[in-house]
Design a protein around this ligand. Sequence first.
Ligand code: ADP
Ligand code: MG
Length: 698
Amino acid sequence: MFDIADRDIKFLPGVGPQRAALLEKELNIRTYRDLLYYFPYKYIDRSRLFQIRELVADMPYVQLSGEITSFETVGEGYQKRLVAHFTDGTGEIDLVWFKGLKYVTDRYKVHTPYVVFGKPSQYGTKINIAHPDLDAADKIVFSTMGMQPYYNTTEKMKRAGLNSRMMEKLTHALMEQLKEPLPETLPECVLKEHKLAPLMESLRTMHYPNSDESVRMARYRLKFEELFYVQLNILRYTHDRRRQRGGFVFPRVGELFNGFYHDHLPFALTNAQKRVLREIRQDMGSGKQMNRLLQGDVGSGKTMVALMSALLAVDNHFQVSIMAPTEILAEQHAETFAKQLEGLPVKCALLTGSVKGKKREAILKELAEGEIQILIGTHALLEDTVKFHNLGLVVIDEQHRFGVAQRARLWNKNVYAPHVLVMTATPIPRTLAMTLYGDLDVSVIDELPPGRKPVKTLHQYDAQRVSINRGIRQQIEQGRQVYVVYPLIKESEKIDLKNLEEGYRQMVEDFPDYEICMVHGKMTPAEKEAEMQRFANHETHIMVATTVIEVGVNVPNASVMVIENAERFGLSQLHQLRGRVGRGADQSYCILVTGYKLSEDTRKRIEIMTQTNDGFEIAEADLKLRGPGDLEGTQQSGLAFNLRIANLAKDGQLLAYVRDVAARIVEEDPDRNKPEYALAWSQLQKLRKNNVDWSSIS
Ligand code: ADP
Ligand code: MG
């Protein structure tokens, strides 16, 4: 059956092909439904006009009708502002602008009737309204208007006449076209139990609300629905997987594990490491397939957990693969494993893209025969040519992008899916974890090995180079080493490389008596490796690098991390980079170097970095500052349906609530044949069909 909501937007009266193209390009609005779900960002209550003499400070938003008697510019520099004296016959107030002064004076005229909307506040002895909305009074018809919706539109749209007012007209036309209400998308019993407004009523209210309360109800219902289907989807998937697939049972803690624990372990495990290992052992002995996310800040000792989990698998005659995001990190893991496991009867091998020819063939053969027990490598391990004899455990390191879809590819490597342990130092806020990794159990290492001193973080400006260099010299004189990192953005790799090379030359000039090396992504793995090795051996004092060092290198003697152009890094990246120092017993420093001119957001980011070392706090702040859409992983995961109204940064509480609702339904109706939930399952089916990424999962 044809659904009118799917009709091309160009057929809507008042749109046509040109505006349709613009709507699609600017706002991704293609169909009637898209427009219906394009909600106003605010509403203005046009039902009441206030008089100026009634106003007191701290009133909520008010609407006034009157005229500007004169304009005046006051103050200097950043205090400079434009004041319009405004009267309605009952009194006078000041309208104030701090920005866009020219726009205002060009646009608004004295002695012309305007309707003003804004929030009164006290300024000295007077009441004023800063940055009010002004509308020509003759354009507003009070009798027909309650709350007026305001839609975000772009500059391009405004130039083509598609401003907020026009969007309002179009949604009006749309409502006329939708003679039949759209079918309900949530089951009756869910609506009733959670006191939710019906779909069509909610959509209508979003565009034509009659009170703040009705908007609140409508918004709640629509957010509820979005989050509900995201959760129903992921919980259904988890449920099925658990039901259909058993897991290998690793019943014994054998000689290898015990031998290592008693005779080889170079330090005492932290309590957090012990707890996590217990959780992992329990999972792997349960008969269910383990799917565990291990979160632990940089330097918290995740590698040791991976290694000991691997030994458990090998003790039970299974193979293990350890996947790292880069060759360098894979190589480092291989070295760590080789060193730690020296003298123990277990065979490890490294397989990356650079292992070729005869050597590769030999590894693949030994792997297929089960002779190699632990294989360490990069994504190359996922290729079809890599065949295991009996893969029992997969450890995925530092891969917060490894969502459900990617993990699903591992299922095909075996009859049973191997146990999976995903490790990440990028803490994931709870709300994101529930959507992105909603099917994973979570373990947390919330304790650093003893003796670590938290890294001290300072913010310095470019112009303070002399003092930055003095600090660097001091540290090197004390026998420490230093990283200097430059940002790298793919689109302009050439420019970035120039930055890096200039920075390198500058350092060579500033520190003629020290050895300085340079590492960047354009070098071959062998070249990079050689430079890293030199640094690790303390043959060089300063390493100038791009973010290639973000994950990987472990040089406990390095105590200073200078991050150049720190304004160009995101919070979690800054945190990751900072984690490269503070790995030894000495006090370490992270210097964030920026220019003087910083945006509000950047200032906040830098401030957060200087105030806390807590990865979870930083992740939450990151989510709030950037919004979830930008966070790595949400796009690729294929899990989050496009959220139009819910916001993972703000709606955490609702998300948790809705998750419980969805969980109960999955439990109550595992075979999906209860009539009361039929609508939920069919709606989910529909949503899944519209989301291509899903195909790789089921
Ligand atoms: P990450 O969690 O960032 O992967 P690593 O596993 O690389 O951290 O560990 C960082 C450093 O801490 C390594 O040098 C490792 O040997 C050391 N380490 C790990 N666990 C402990 C412990 N319990 N006691 C002391 N040092 C430890
Ligand atoms: Mg690690």
